[in-house]
Write a protein that binds this ligand. Structure first.
Ligand SMILES: NC(=O)C1=CN([C@@H]2O[C@H](COP(=O)(O)OP(=O)(O)OC[C@H]3O[C@@H](n4cnc5c(N)ncnc54)[C@H](OP(=O)(O)O)[C@@H]3O)[C@@H](O)[C@H]2O)C=CC1
Ligand SMILES: C[C@H]1O[C@H](OP(=O)(O)OP(=O)(O)OC[C@H]2O[C@@H](n3cnc4c(=O)[nH]c(N)nc43)[C@H](O)[C@@H]2O)[C@@H](O)[C@@H](O)C1=O
Length: 322
């Protein structure tokens, strides 16, 4: 096996750039690194540094000289946003990745983690999805543009490893959620969308809530704090060219998920389904045995994670991304 499991601990005082540090994943990584004792974290908002701007990105790396990088900056959205704006999801993500990875290479970043997504795998991949399924079949059309950009990122990491010998790695998270998520009704992923919809239904006393699709697709959900912990664990304990799946190893139907959210917010009305909205891929459950072999397992259960996110949503409802 082409895996070295002991790249070693990262130096807590070295400059660590978290690209996308205000997003769901980036803010979780920032919290986790702070808790783990890192004292020299660097972040830039997209207004301060547009990573689509190649010159500005190279200037930033020349000035900041980060030793470590996590690339969690990306154009991200749920099924509807992905299928409505495929050009943005392809073009923005290719530009961001290319600029960051090229600049990081020119400045010899010592360790870098690239984040992809479980949507890189074929729509009808055998479940649970193993890393080896990559490029073995057709993609799910609702997010193929985004998936192609992410696949290009994996290939770029592998190419950099081959050509320059840098020990950079890629992780493929399953569907994520938690504090700091995007709660926009049209643009978000399912879990934040359901939390907002059901919470509003409670406040409005609505007798019926309508969700998208048929409710039958199966998805796996990982809390962002687990995701952040997995990222640091992989950077310190995994070195190999193949992407590593990051998930919990269990999934639920969207209907079951809606039931859990309704229960967490205290909604007791009826649930309907708008089948004019897309279902997307029928099932996305990752095989996480490679991650387990590298010594990491998720610890936040779905019900506990939903309660934690509902609490955060209610405390921050006036300041969230809507
Ligand atoms: N959320 C999920 O369910 C999943 C996410 N992932 C992956 O995790 C990573 C992070 O996703 P997530 O945190 O959910 O996404 P968010 O939308 O929450 O955050 C994305 C971040 O990227 C930054 N960003 C976007 N465009 C630019 C740009 N042009 N220049 C600089 N920064 C930019 C944003 O900065 P700012 O806020 O300053 O505008 C934002 O902080 C992505 O690679 C995504 O593919 C993978 C699987 C599932
Ligand atoms: C992480 C992953 O996220 C995206 O893929 P997805 O898993 O299909 O993501 P989703 O969370 O948006 O939907 C999951 C399921 O849930 C159903 N669903 C019900 N009601 C709502 C609802 O209100 N909003 C949304 N968004 N979905 C809903 C919806 O119909 C679908 O069946 C990728 O584009 C890609 O970006 C990617 O990598």
């Amino acid at each position: 096996m082409d895996v070295n499991y002991a790249p070693g601990a990262l130096d807590r005082e070295s400059t660590f750039y978290v690209a996308g540090h205000r997003g769901l994943v980036g803010s979780g990584i920032w919290r986790n690194l702070t808790n783990a004792g890192f004292t020299n974290l660097v972040g830039r908002t997209s207004l301060e540094l547009d990573l689509k701007d190649r010159e500005a990105t190279f200037r930033f790396f020349a000035e900041t000289k980060p030793r470590y990088v996590v690339l969690a900056a990306a154009k991200v959205g749920g099924i509807l946003a992905n299928s409505t704006f495929p050009v943005d999801f392809l073009s923005d993500n290719l530009q961001i990745q290319l600029n960051v990875l090229d600049a990081a290479r020119e400045h010899n970043v010592e360790r870098l983690l690239f984040l992809g997504s479980s949507c890189i795998y074929p729509k009808l991949a055998e479940q649970p999805i193993r890393e080896e399924s990559l490029l073995t079949g057709h993609l799910e059309p609702t997010n193929d543009a985004y998936a192609i950009a992410k696949i290009a990122g994996i290939l770029q990491i592998q190419a950099i490893r081959r050509q320059y010998g840098l020990p950079w790695i890629s992780a493929m998270p399953t569907n994520l959620y938690g504090p700091g998520d995007n709660f926009s009704p049209e643009g978000s992923h399912v879990l934040p969308a359901l939390i907002r919809r059901y919470d509003e239904a409670v406040h409005q006393g609505a007798p019926v809530v309508t969700n998208w699709g048929t409710g039958s697709p199966r998805r796996e959900f990982l809390h962002v704090d687990d995701m952040a912990a997995a990222c640091l664990h992989l950077m310190e304990n995994y070195d190999g060219p193949d992407q590593v799946n990051v998930g919990t190893g269990t999934d639920v139907t969207i209907k079951e998920l809606a039931g859990l959210v309704a229960e967490a917010v205290g909604y007791t009305g009826e649930m309907l389904w708008d089948t004019t909205k897309p279902d997307g891929t029928p099932q996305k459950l990752l095989d996480v045995s490679k991650l387990g072999d590298a010594g990491w397992h998720a610890s936040i259960g779905l019900e506990q994670g939903i309660r934690n996110t509902v609490e955060w949503y209610r405390e921050n409802v006036n300041d969230i991304r809507k």
